[in-house]
Design a protein around this ligand. Sequence first.
Ligand SMILES: Cc1cc2nc3c(=O)[nH]c(=O)nc-3n(C[C@H](O)[C@H](O)[C@H](O)COP(=O)(O)OP(=O)(O)OC[C@H]3O[C@@H](n4cnc5c(N)ncnc54)[C@H](O)[C@@H]3O)c2cc1C
Length: 166
Amino acid sequence: MLPETTLAEAAGLTMLNGIAVDEYGRTSDPAIWAAGDCASFPLPGDATGARLRLESVGNAIDMAECVAANMLGAAQPYIPKPWFWSDQYDVKLQIAGLNTGYDRVITRPGTGAGISFWYYAGETLLAVDAANDPRAYMIGKRLIEAGRSPAPAVVADPATDLKALL
Ligand SMILES: Cc1cc2nc3c(=O)[nH]c(=O)nc-3n(C[C@H](O)[C@H](O)[C@H](O)COP(=O)(O)OP(=O)(O)OC[C@H]3O[C@@H](n4cnc5c(N)ncnc54)[C@H](O)[C@@H]3O)c2cc1C
């Protein structure tokens, strides 16, 4: 999928994988702002200048709220908390975080047909993919947003009570 940037390009805005915005959602023209699928923004805390462009309803809503507030003077940087969902036939896929840069995946059986995949870079938990396992998704999301990384071996152990990790 590609962002529709014809109008933005005609307006002379800077493009970097979509419409380039700063941490507040402002484009290269200070009078124009962008949010959602079409906008790429600086990856928070990254000194290399890496950017993110997310395609999800959650990001479209959260970023739009933040950028709208900034248009009114809030001056609050957009800090994404990426999450995604998709229903694929009888599988509800829920994803928390971004797995870019992972070097290890822990597979954890859930209840029933549920299963989850926990992505680590070293000892740092980056993302959780949960298939028919909403409990793993919710707990993984809370851990990632809190910046907490349970040891991979602990997550891999089916006897671990995930809730206790919070
Ligand atoms: C097939 C499919 C499945 C998806 N499934 C999921 C899912 O399961 N979960 C999930 O989180 N996300 C899903 N997404 C992604 C989600 O739909 C998008 O992330 C979300 O709609 C982005 O919202 P937005 O407002 O940024 O952009 P959009 O919803 O794309 O809205 C942009 C609007 O701007 C209009 N527009 C563009 N240029 C102009 C112009 N020059 N003048 C006037 N209007 C213009 C477009 O017509 C469009 O209506 C899916 C997307 C697709 C295509």
